[in-house]
Write a protein that binds this ligand. Sequence first.
Ligand code: ACO
Length: 331
Amino acid sequence: MSKINAAITGVQGYVPDYILTNKELETMVDTNDEWITTRTGIRERHILKGEEKGTSILGIEAVRGLLEKTNTDPAEIELVICATVTPDMLFPDTANIIANALDIKNAYCFDLGAACSGFLYALTTGAQFISSGMHKKVIVVGADKMSSIVDYTDRTTCILFGDGAGAVLLEPSDEFGHIDAVLKSDGSGEPYLHQKAGGSRHPATVETINAGDHFIYQNGRPVFKAAVSGMSDVVKQVMKRNNLQNDDIKWLVPHQANHRIIETVARMADFPMERVMVNIHKYGNTTAATIPLCLWDYETQLKKGDNLVLTAFGGGFTWGATYLKWAYDPS
Ligand code: ACO
């Protein structure tokens, strides 16, 4: 019996309307457009404004668009996985909130963490349910409202992040789809990238709030170094394991954290930048949403049978690379 692959049969992204430019950030912290652009490649990011609006709002819009463009009846969806580090609340899971808003009544739903690698972890998880023959239609959504955990007085982090969501539909295919993944994690990375409070170790108190412990903490240099070596290493591993030469890969799809990281990974893995997806300049780092937002932006350039390698690195540390064959031509 031939292996059942999980093919991406549709992709949709969503970013909120408000655009936070480098110029506006200059009025908030001691920074400038030139520093941000040369050190990170980011020019603007989208921010979800308004009271009581959580990550689910972003995920709902992405999944709504996905259902519409793939002509999918919500009742057919059997599983929804939402990768996020900024859930609406600790429970219920944001995947449940997204499904409920869209009348996805016959699915079970759960969230998955893994920070910036969340989408890759969720994609591989969702793909297993298709490959096992258990499900026929699975939605994987990466969504983060990073502005909810960013300290807009900290110039070292507030310039980096944006809000957004991207969703894919997974369906069985014997020819295309998710072929292989190398996923890694290393808990010793915790000191360099984390959110100190709000969990069970340090529940919210007046002290944790006053100390700013509910915001992202990042020591950028060690994260940069680990991201570069981690991603280039797993990209090479997944290619070697599948006997792929660089020319066999149409697109490298890296997590969008810093343009310099993307360029260095591409150079170390021997990919020309013309075959590397980049949209960090307009969205910044949207954590679990960067990779599906790339696929959405480049969808019209993707052709049936194209080989793609997706790679990410994030808090944890977590990282990985996924090899897939694109399943459809542009419409
Ligand atoms: N504007 C102006 N100056 C700044 C700014 C700013 N926004 N931010 C920092 N600086 C200053 C620093 O204070 C420092 O000044 P000093 O030399 O006087 O001390 C100087 O610029 C250099 O700072 P570095 O931190 O060394 O700058 P670096 O070149 O490393 O860039 C950055 C910082 C962009 C954060 C980089 O380290 C990076 O991209 N790290 C990895 C990010 C990442 O991949 N994260 C993983 C995913 S996130 C997730 O999982 C949620």
